[in-house]
Design a protein around this ligand. Structure first.
Ligand code: 13P
Ligand code: SF4
Length: 312
């Protein structure tokens, strides 16, 4: 039997839900019950009746699923699937940082640890960040963490001046502006689409900016035939499936790295996903008080997103 067949069997036997992010390898996306961006994945996790959640993504995503389902078994195929952005915001340093801004509302991007979530008033994702920030009065004092690129983008789009934590994603932050300019010159008919975790110089050049879901929807509905894609390579799988006639070109990193695969997302394989389902580990565990505190800003995000019509 292949891993695909064995996973299909176990999924029924264990009443398991397989959630996968768009940055997963194609074979995992193809076997998942649901593939989506961080917002949709959190919503799926919040609404599931499954006994077991198999998270084909990174640690903060599986943690979010556990926080929303403290009684359920949540497994991540490889516990080393972390996130450089989440790691760029250590809880002890963030706690000290917040002491300088006692009267500020704390909005954190979902790419952060459960400990950071406990210190946050509201969680957001790249799919709802602008609208959630806009839901606060113009003069609201806000600290935004951990992604300074996403935070800077929101500041520019909303005319706000949120205080930004100095964190970045190691994959998006190194996408090369020089390469993009070269690619745009070589392919004047191509549109540049970018994830808001990219640095400002990249976003300034972009024809469209959005979450992974928004980027995918854009390429499916837009009339152009060619795209320069400034995000992680995994998204190309669904882009090509949805628009087989179109050409998608990835942006290389700077001179320190020529690849834009997320090394954490790519730790998951069909084999370790199968083993995680079979042996029910590595399991995500969190202290009860952490789950209780971290749940509030996540639920607030889901509720606000629903009220604003950003999710159904
Ligand atoms: P979204 O899929 O929510 O846009 O997030 C991108 C990302 O970097 C996840 O780690
Ligand atoms: Fe984290 Fe960046 Fe990988 Fe997303 S792409 S999981 S933000 S390191």
């Amino acid at each position: 039997m292949t891993f695909v067949q064995k996973i299909q069997e176990l999924r029924k036997e264990k009443n398991a839900l397989i959630l996968a992010h768009f940055y997963q390898v194609p074979e995992i996306q193809d076997i998942a019950d649901f593939v989506g961006d961080s917002l949709a994945l959190a919503q799926q996790a919040a609404n599931t009746k499954a006994d077991m959640i198999v998270f084909a993504g990174v640690h903060f995503m599986a943690e979010t699923a556990k926080i929303l389902n403290p009684e359920k078994l949540v497994v991540l195929p490889d516990l080393n699937a972390g996130c450089s952005l989440a790691d760029s915001c250590p809880p002890d340093k963030f706690e000290e940082f917040l002491k300088q801004y006692p009267d500020h509302t704390v909005i954190s991007y979902i790419n952060c640890s459960a400990a950071i979530k406990t210190m946050s008033d509201l969680i957001c994702t790249s799919g709802n960040a602008i609208q959630l920030v806009e839901s606060f009065p113009k003069n609201e004092k806000i600290v935004f963490a951990p992604d300074k690129n996403l935070g800077g983008y929101i500041n520019r789009m909303t005319g706000r001046n949120m205080v930004l934590w100095d964190g970045t994603c190691e994959v998006h932050d190194i996408l090369s502006v020089e390469s993009i300019i070269k690619m745009k010159t070589q392919h004047p008919d191509a549109k540049l689409i970018a994830h808001p975790e990219c640095k400002a110089q990249v976003l300034e050049l972009a024809d469209f900016i959005g979450s992974t879901t928004a980027l995918l929807q854009f390429t499916s509905n837009d009339p152009a035939k060619k795209y320069i894609v400034a995000t992680e390579t995994g998204i190309l799988h669904k882009m090509k499936l949805n628009s087989p006639e179109k050409i998608f070109m990835v942006v290389p990193g700077d001179e320190t790295c020529s690849c834009n695969d997320c090394p954490y997302m790519k730790l998951n394989t069909l084999e370790n996903l199968y083993n995680a389902m079979l042996y029910e580990k590595p399991e995500i565990f969190l202290p009860v008080d952490v789950m209780y505190k971290a749940r509030k800003p996540i639920e607030r995000m889901l509720e606000l997103s629903l009220n604003l019509g950003l999710i159904k």
